[in-house]
Design a binder for this molecule. Structure first.
Ligand code: FEO
Length: 402
């Protein structure tokens, strides 16, 4: 099977998953890849595995680079099953001399696959700064706890200046090309931003710390190879993705407004259109997402990219609409910062939906503007007030800047 050379006997031997459309609730319309890398050397080393069921494909790709029996070491950067699921199958066949991972990864592998299955693996625990020589290549390990699991680690191939970054810098993007410079960069960046927003948004502080550590260690990168999507190898692409991570982790945003809503009998929709109009009158970009027609991953990405996010809901059974409830639950876990937020919507008699959204937004400790709600159907005067509400939000966004 085809395998791809990154640099200096470092090969991509992963899997393209064209079919996956849901990644623990994160919709993946463009599929994904599970990237594993093989370093052919005196001590030939496989870095990372793939999802369960794809082991035979990895084995065939390894066979294109070397005798599978000559694989000496395995590095497990991260134990989430999209990377470790096939490892029990692969370890049985490759029989590596040693498996390297963090202490937390070792504990988690036992919990995931059982003491008996892991016992023969001969695991050697490594941590930040530890190095192993493979011959011509040296691997340096860098623990990155909570980027995005406690066990996570990066592997740096020192002489080749190749960073095997696991979930960092990834994108859920299936393509027959392996490198970012071979595909439409706008598509790659779109998926990279969505990936960051849905996977790494809660861990901005850790991302910033990592960028600082990398600077202090003076690490240089000729290639940044994530475990999902395409690989970054040109200086322009590497600079672009690193700068994007710096920006995303500091919650920079476009001076723009996202209206994320759902509607029952169109009253909240009418309010949405009027608010949208008000925002536009101030010359501020505005995007509208109806939750019943928008994947949650897209809505989360909108929170990442817009300075202001207004959430609209009607009231159903004294609460917010279930689609809005799902969005608020998802966003609570992603812990956005540096956003102007507000709730609006409609109700028939007792109300409750807008109050719930307003309370949930206040719990996020963001800058909250007072809610706006109307009974049954907004009148012309109400819609004029919605326009003014949109203008006021847009003015706040302009004052805030990016
Ligand atoms: Fe790609 Fe956290 O797994």
């Amino acid at each position: 099977m085809e395998r791809y050379l990154l640099k200096d006997d470092i090969w991509w031997v992963g899997v393209i998953d064209w079919d996956v459309r849901d990644f623990h609730g994160y919709e993946t319309p463009r599929g994904t890849t599970y990237n594993a890398y093989l370093i052919v050397d005196e001590k030939t080393t496989l870095v990372d595995g793939v999802r369960a069921g794809y082991g035979p494909e990895v084995l065939r790709r390894i066979s294109g680079c070397c005798e599978p029996a000559s694989v000496d070491y395995l590095v497990v950067n991260h134990v989430e099953p999209d990377h470790s699921g096939a490892l029990p199958w692969l370890v049985e066949r490759l029989a590596p001399e040693k498996v390297f991972c963090t202490s937390r990864a070792k504990d988690a592998l036992v919990l995931l696959y059982g003491e008996e299955a892991i016992a023969p693996w001969n695991i050697e625990v490594v941590g930040t700064g530890d190095e192993i020589s493979l011959g011509a290549h040296t691997l340096t390990f860098l623990e990155v706890p909570m980027l995005h699991w406690p066990d996570s680690m990066l592997t740096y191939v020192k002489e080749a200046k190749v960073l095997l970054a696991n979930d960092g810098f990834g994108q859920h993007l299936a393509t027959s090309k392996r490198f970012a410079d071979e595909v439409d960069i706008d598509v790659v960046m779109d998926e990279a931003a969505k990936y960051y927003g849905n996977i790494l948004m809660p861990f901005g502080n850790q991302v910033q710390k990592l960028v600082k550590t990398v600077g202090e260690l003076g690490l240089e990168f000729d290639v940044i190879a994530p475990s999902h999507g395409v690989i970054w190898r040109t200086p322009e692409d590497i600079a672009r993705i690193i700068q994007s991570y710096v920006d995303w982790s500091s919650f920079k945003a476009e001076p723009s407004v996202a209206l994320i809503f759902d509607t029952m009998w169109y009253s909240t929709e009418k309010m949405t259109r009027a608010i949208e109009d008000g925002v536009a009158q101030e010359g501020v970009p505005c995007s509208v997402f109806r939750l019943s027609r928008t994947p949650l991953a897209e809505a989360a990405r909108a929170v990442q990219t817009h300075r202001a996010v207004l959430v609209g809901t009607p009231t159903l059974n004294n609460g917010m609409l279930p689609s809005v409830g799902a969005f608020m639950t998802y966003i609570k876990g992603l812990r956005p910062k540096e956003r102007l937020v507000g709730a609006y919507g409609s109700y028939g008699w007792g109300g409750g939906g807008v109050k719930q959204v307003d309370a949930a937004l206040r719990d996020l400790k963001l800058e909250v503007i007072d809610p706006l709600e109307y009974k049954y159907v907004p009148t012309d005067a109400d819609l004029a007030a919605c326009e003014e509400y949109g203008r006021a939000v847009a003015r706040r966004v302009k004052e805030w800047g990016s």
